[in-house]
Design a protein around this ligand. Structure first.
Ligand SMILES: Cc1cc2nc3c(=O)[nH]c(=O)nc-3n(C[C@H](O)[C@H](O)[C@H](O)COP(=O)(O)O)c2cc1C
Length: 352
């Protein structure tokens, strides 16, 4: 068992050497190239993954799927996450990803959304262990680059399949498995089940298990590592709430002093994120940036009237004017950062 408690730094996943054990979990609609790069520049990110991309759409050259592959040489190491229920489509999508020189493929077996599950992909794959294993095996055999899987603990409390699946995946050559410590039925409700992740860790020999779910602070990460023995941690919403978390974790686990970002660094991050968005979306970046307003408002202590302005961002000159105002009035508002600013699907998940 390779655990973060025994070796705090590099981790090998297949042929890949990762510099830290703190990974950015995919958040569809948020963790695109601009945010990934801005986070990498802060430091501490060991691996990032694209949003989930439906295999047949990727193969058809669908515009949205192609956009999700947008990257640059400094956005590495990066895995491309694919999903789908048909083995031949997943295999061809994986080969296509490899031909574009990406360094890893991640198969999504965790997404709880109805539209993903109705394609036979996402968490539904966890319901049929033989099919999921065969599918994973076919993808592993089809490419040279490491193939990983991201999944949940199971479909529901009665169908807790992650330990068995992880051990079967290890046997067919999957390089690592990320486990979100909730079942599909739980959606995003309830507490992350660390004991459940531990069972997955105990079910495998040496394949790294990456723990995931609700890590927002260094203490949360320490608790997950201690209670599960996982080899690495994937952080999604926590990265939005604290873009410096990866760097802090790396510093903490190397025994170095953990540095909080200075106010100027926080502001620089906001500007850099916007500039990177503008690089690929031009002025449409103003519209896309609006959904980050609440997060920056809380993280940077932006006064509410300016946060509202950020939510109505219209042009580059508007951004620059607003940025100057934010700079001048930074810290005016005292915020306690809410636990989750990112909307998650709600209500009975049969309706998602
Ligand atoms: C808005 C949103 C989008 C997500 N998109 C993906 C995705 O594309 N692929 C995936 O495997 N998981 C996705 N997830 C799940 C996250 O990667 C992660 O497993 C989950 O949010 C729990 O981790 P966290 O508490 O660190 O966010 C998404 C979650 C949210 C809230």
């Amino acid at each position: 068992m390779t655990s973060l408690t025994t070796s705090p730094s590099e981790l090998r996943i297949g042929s890949r050497e990762l510099k830290t054990r703190f990974f950015l979990a995919p958040l569809a609609g948020y963790t695109h190239w601009p945010l990934r790069l801005a986070l990498r520049e802060v430091g501490g990110v060991g691996l990032a993954t694209t949003d989930l991309i439906l295999a047949p759409q990727l193969l058809a050259g669908n515009r949205k799927s192609t956009e999700l592959l947008q990257t640059s040489p400094d956005d590495r190491p990066l895995s491309v996450q694919i999903f789908g229920g048909k083995p031949e489509e997943l295999v061809r999508a994986a080969q296509y990803v490899e031909s574009l020189e990406f360094g890893g493929i991640d198969i999504n077996m965790g997404c709880p959304m109805g539209k993903i599950n109705s394609s036979g992909g996402g968490a539904r794959l966890m319901r049929n262990c033989d099919h999921a294993t065969r599918l994973a095996e076919l993808v592993v055999e089809a490419v040279q680059i490491p193939v990983t899987v991201k999944m949940r603990l199971g479909w529901d409390a009665d169908d807790f399949s992650a330990p068995l699946l992880a051990s079967r995946f290890e046997q067919v050559g999957i390089a690592a498995v990320t486990v979100h410590g909730r079942t599909r039925q739980q959606g995003f409700h309830g507490q992350v089940n660390l004991e459940g992740i531990r069972k997955v860790v105990e079910a495998v020999n040496s394949m790294p298990i990456i723990g995931n779910g609700d890590v927002r602070t260094v203490d949360d990460a320490s608790r997950m590592i201690k209670q599960t023995g996982c080899a690495a941690i994937a952080i999604g919403r926590g990265a939005m709430l604290d873009p410096w978390l990866f760097r802090k974790l790396d510093q903490h686990f190397r025994g170095e002093t953990v540095c909080e970002p200075a106010p100027d660094e926080k502001l620089a991050f906001l500007h850099r994120h916007f500039d990177l968005m503008a690089e690929i979306h031009d002025v449409y970046a103003c519209i896309l940036f609006r959904k980050f307003a609440a997060w920056y408002g809380a993280q940077l202590g932006i006064p509410e009237d300016l946060e509202d302005d950020l939510r109505k961002l219209e042009s580059f000159s508007h951004f620059e004017e607003l940025f100057l105002n934010i700079e001048q009035r930074q810290g005016e508002r005292q915020t306690t950062i809410p636990t989750a600013l990112i909307k998650v699907p709600n209500g009975p998940n049969a309706h998602w």
